[in-house]
Design a protein around this ligand. Sequence first.
Ligand SMILES: [Zn+2]
Ligand SMILES: [Zn+2]
Ligand SMILES: [Zn+2]
Ligand SMILES: [Zn+2]
Ligand SMILES: [Zn+2]
Length: 352
Amino acid sequence: MRPSTKGALCGLTAALLAGVSAPISKLFLSDVSPLHIAGLLYTGGGLGLVICEWGRRRWGGATVDEAPLRRADLPLLSGMVCLGGMVGPILMLSGLQRLSGVFGSLLLAMEAPFTILLAVGWFKEHLTRQEAAGAVIILLGGGLIGYAPFGPVGDLIGVLALSGATVCWALDNNLAQRLSSLRDPLAVMKVKALSAGLVMIGIGCFSHDRWPEAMAVAALMGVGSVSYGVSLVLDAYALRFVGAAREAAYFATAPFVGAVFSIPLLGEPWGSREVLVALLMGTGVLLLQGARHVHLHTQAEVEHDHLHRHADLHHDHHETFGTGAHAHQHRHQPITHDHAHVSDLHHRHPHS
Ligand SMILES: [Zn+2]
Ligand SMILES: [Zn+2]
Ligand SMILES: [Zn+2]
Ligand SMILES: [Zn+2]
Ligand SMILES: [Zn+2]
């Protein structure tokens, strides 16, 4: 399977799992504060990943050779945790209090375009014209699903706070891309989910939200362990396979999945709008998937440690490891070659 196909499958499945959790958590909104809902979903996700990691160590044996997290990753990891897990949610909450609900959730959809802009403008990713068109079409669909006529919008501080939150998450996505390209996605996302979850529960308690009943806590953490835990790891693989810009486009289908699943759960009607959004998002995904980017490119000299195989065009550094996947510190000599590629770890070259 091509890496771009693997990335698409991971990204779309991650969106599916995250999207499904939205209408489920809406069922709890009457009894549980939004902050506790988000916190419990994330904490459940983190605990789910702790269990997965334990199971993998217990039964997976030596089948997993991902490079573990290490001290040198601390700046990236804490950047991710602070921006995505703390500053982002706090800005979002203070923003939402000052804005109308509909306008607020439309603004939150800006996370994906900001992620793509940062990825292409700052983190040296590249989208072909066809892929950029696909991303724009998916984002239009996302805006359409959330759009409703809004009366008074709210104040400027609210808009700034909410936009700030989406910029935080856009940065968080790009940092997560760098980290999960190199390190074990399970370990990276476990730290992210647990820290974000506990911080949000903490803020919830600090602002005197009523602690939910045991049944709600168990249900939310159960949903979180599957939908957030698994979704975050799949998302990390999508980031690794295709870069943050494409991942953001695939993940932007999540609100649509949420809307589709709202119908049986909440009895919300399907209309012509949903049909149009489905067409837009399907077209966008096909455009992203059908793109091919081939040209002569040079990989700069770099030394790093990550999971790789020696048969993959970029890692013919020695023979002693055979053909299996393994991780170790290795140096890439500058190499110029011509093959189809997407913006993964080894393809951050300039494009004119
Ligand atoms: Zn290229
Ligand atoms: Zn490498
Ligand atoms: Zn090797
Ligand atoms: Zn080597
Ligand atoms: Zn290459």
